[in-house]
Every structure is written in structure tokens, then in C-alpha cells.
Design a protein around this ligand. Structure first.
Ligand code: NAI
Ligand code: MG
Length: 357
């Protein structure tokens, strides 16, 4: 029996509601596929900070490093300075564990209505590869004399040859396994140092993948095309900030942010990778039991796929689709239904246990 050690970090708000459903589904598929999942849950995040004065303990990264993967909810709390949770949790783990690929599938599932009224499942199926450790979120900058009339803030994007090359290789490789097209979403007409270099390095990497169709699109035009022509995208390679923004737009295109999964991947597997819904802690709906857990459950499938358990991953996705296609079954509130977070998690787990997917 194959054994995997998973660190679960629910985080804050709806993270605490959706991760238990994800774990329920992982346990159900593990029982079917004879996987031994050893799951340890850590109470870290902004609420933990309010209680203890720290987001994660000093030895958190050392603890996490021994796991095969990390399953994360979302962090952020209305009573906590919102510049802190990312810095102390998400970005910290992504950087320390060299999770330089943020993999964000944007796929409209059958029987889910996109806000784009004419688009069907076959029209919206692409992947955003977001550079995940440098770019605009490198954390380089400073604030000088903030309270004076001459106050000044500078925040610089960082684009290194190594950083761009490695994520570009990943994206071109991925395009080869899909429809063979890569769109570089950039803004090199205006950011004429950082993104000009970004383009140049990507175009150099493209020379090793001439079988992959390559196009360059400015981010403003890409936003428009996401809405008007989503079918033109296969693999979209973009920077940290643009990827962050475009993936929430992608989440909207597939019907809800509550359906959009992601993986923070360390392709070399030197460190554990981290899987999480792209949404945050959603304080506006937290505590009401109505969050859609499917993005988190789907992220669990991405985690199993990364661990080499493709069959188990497909079974989870199949069960998600079966639940959404069941006209008489429970439907999440964000998709116009009335079902609670727990009812959706139960429905997906039950499908798996019945072998129905
Ligand atoms: P958010 O993603 O938490 O929520 C945006 C909107 O989508 C809200 O109206 C929310 O109710 C809805 N939504 C999100 N997930 C949903 C789900 N599963 N089911 C149904 N509806 C859902 O983003 P927001 O409101 O900008 O940020 C809230 C907090 O989360 C902030 O503290 C922010 O910094 C943090 N955050 C954390 C992230 C992480 O830990 N990786 C990522 C994004 C935001
Ligand atoms: Mg985001």
C-alpha cells in the first residue's frame, strides 16, 4: 500500500469549512484506491496569530518539509492587517519550497452555467501558469517618510533569467501534453525592462519547443480575450501579479471562484508542493456553512495527480462532475443551489464510495 504524508493547513474563515470536506473526499478515494494517507492538521493562520501572536511557529517550515504535500485552505481575517498573512504563510511557503509554478486550471464543468452566455464546457478549458516566487510579488521595495509631504514608496518587479526559464520550461512541457499552444501574457510595451526581458527569455526557451505554437498577448488584450474568446487559450504563461488577477477572472468564467483549484508546484520535487483553492478566506460568508468546497476538493485531486495517483485524481474529478450533473442532487449556494458545504462534501465522497465515478 502506498503511503503519503499530507500536512493540512485549513487557515481562516471558509478555509476551516472547506478543508474538512476535501479531507473527507481524500479519505474516501484513499479507501477505494488502497492508498494510505497519513494526514496531520496544523492550526496556523491569522486567527492563530490573534490567539498566539504568530501565524506559524518558527519551526513550521522544518516540520512541513518532511511531508509529501501540503493541503491549504486560505488565510486572512478582518481583524488582522491584511499585508501580514500572505507574507507569513502563503508567500513564505511558496518561496521557501521553491514552488515557482502556480498551476491554475480554468475549466468549465458540464452543467455549470458560465456568465458568458454562449460558452459551453468545450469552450473554456485552459491552464494558467503563473510565475509564483518572483516578478511583482518579490517583495523588493521600501517606503520613505510616509507621513511627510515628500512621502515615497517604491516596489520593484524582479525577473531573473533562471526564474523565467524554469517556469517557461514547465509551461511549454505542459502545452505539449495538451493542445500544443502557449500564450505568453505580458506587458512589455510598457514595462520595458522587466517584461521585455521576460519575453526575451521565454522566446529563447521556445526555441527548444518549436512544435508548440507560441503567441504573445498583452495583459489588457488577454483580459478581453478571456471573456470574448476563451477557447483560444490552452496554456497561458504569465507573471505573478497578472496571473493572480487573471485567475480570479478565470474563476468567474467557470461559474464561481468556489470551483477554481490550484497547485503551487516545486517541479524538481525537492520540497513538498502545496495545493489550495484560488479563493481566500471569504469572511463575508465564513461561519455560515455555505462555502462551495469543490475548488478545494478539486485541489485535492491535483495533489494526488502530482503524487503520481492519476487514477484517484480522475475519480475525484469524475465524482465532482457527477454531483454537478445530478439534477436532483445537492447544488452549492454560489451556483444557485441551497446545499451546505458539508452536504456537497458528503455527496462527492458518497459517489466515490459507491464507485459511481
Ligand atoms: P476571497 O477569494 O476570499 O473572496 C472573494 C469573493 O468570492 C467573496 O465574495 C467570497 O464570498 C466569494 N467566494 C470565495 N470562495 C468561495 C467559495 N468557496 N464558495 C462561495 N463563494 C466564495 O477574496 P477576498 O474577499 O478578496 O479576500 C478575503 C481574505 O482572503 C483576505 O484576507 C485576503 O487577503 C485573503 N486571501 C487569501 C488567499 C490565500 O490564502 N491564498 C487568496 C486570496 C485572498
Ligand atoms: Mg488571488
Amino acid at each position: 500500500m502506498k503511503q503519503y504524508r499530507i500536512a493540512a493547513i485549513p487557515g481562516d474563515g471558509i478555509g476551516k469549512e472547506v478543508i474538512p470536506e476535501g479531507l473527507k473526499v481524500l479519505r474516501a478515494v484513499a479507501a477505494q484506491e488502497e492508498l494510505d494517507l497519513e494526514i496531520e492538521t496544523f492550526p496556523w493562520g491569522a486567527e492563530h496569530y490573534l490567539q498566539t501572536g504568530e501565524f506559524m511557529p518558527a519551526d513550521a517550515l522544518i516540520k512541513l518539509e518532511s511531508f509529501d504535500a501540503i493541503y491549504f485552505g486560505g488565510v486572512g481575517h478582518p481583524d488582522v492587517d491584511d499585508s501580514l498573512p500572505g507574507k507569513h504563510c502563503t508567500f513564505r511557503v511558496r518561496k521557501a519550497f521553491q514552488q515557482y509554478v502556480n498551476l491554475r486550471p480554468i475549466r468549465l464543468l458540464p452543467d455549470v452555467q458560465s456568465p458568458l452566455r454562449d460558452k459551453r464546457a468545450e469552450d473554456i478549458d485552459f491552464v494558467i501558469i503563473r510565475e509564483n516566487v518572483e516578478g511583482e510579488f518579490a517583495g523588493v521595495g521600501g517606503i520613505i517618510n510616509p507621513d511627510r509631504p515628500d512621502g515615497l514608496a517604491i516596489q520593484t518587479g524582479v525577473f531573473t533569467r533562471r526564474g523565467v526559464e524554469r517556469v517557461a520550461h514547465y509551461a511549454f512541457e505542459l502545452a505539449r501534453t495538451r493542445r500544443g499552444k502557449l500564450t505568453n501574457v505580458t506587458k512589455s510595451n510598457a514595462l520595458t525592462y522587466g517584461l521585455l526581458y521576460w519575453d526575451r527569455v521565454i522566446e529563447e526557451v521556445h526555441q527548444s519547443y518549436l512544435d508548440v505554437e507560441y503567441e504573445k498577448l498583452y495583459v489588457d488584450a488577454a483580459a478581453m480575450n478571456f471573456v470574448l474568446h476563451p477557447e483560444r487559450f490552452d496554456v497561458t504563461l504569465t507573471t505573478n501579479l497578472f496571473g493572480d488577477i487573471l485567475s480570479d477572472l478565470g474563476g468567474a468564467l467557470i461559474g464561481s471562484l468556489g470551483l477554481a483549484p490550484s497547485g503551487n508546484i516545486n517541479p524538481e520535487r525537492q520540497f513538498p508542493s502545496m495545493f489550495e483553492p484560488i479563493h481566500g478566506s471569504a469572511p463575508d460568508i465564513a461561519g455560515r456553512g455555505i462555502a462551495n468546497p469543490l475548488a478545494t476538493i478539486w485541489s485535492g485531486a491535483l495533489m494526488l495527480e502530482h503524487l503520481g495517483e492519476g487514477v484517484a485524481a480522475q475519480r475525484i474529478l469524475g465524482s465532482i462532475m457527477a454531483v454537478l450533473q445530478d439534477k436532483d442532487g445537492p447544488r452549492p449556494v454560489d451556483l444557485g443551489g441551497k446545499a451546505t458545504t458539508i452536504e456537497i462534501g458528503d455527496a462527492v465522497a458518497q459517489r466515490l464510495s459507491q464507485g459511481g465515478a
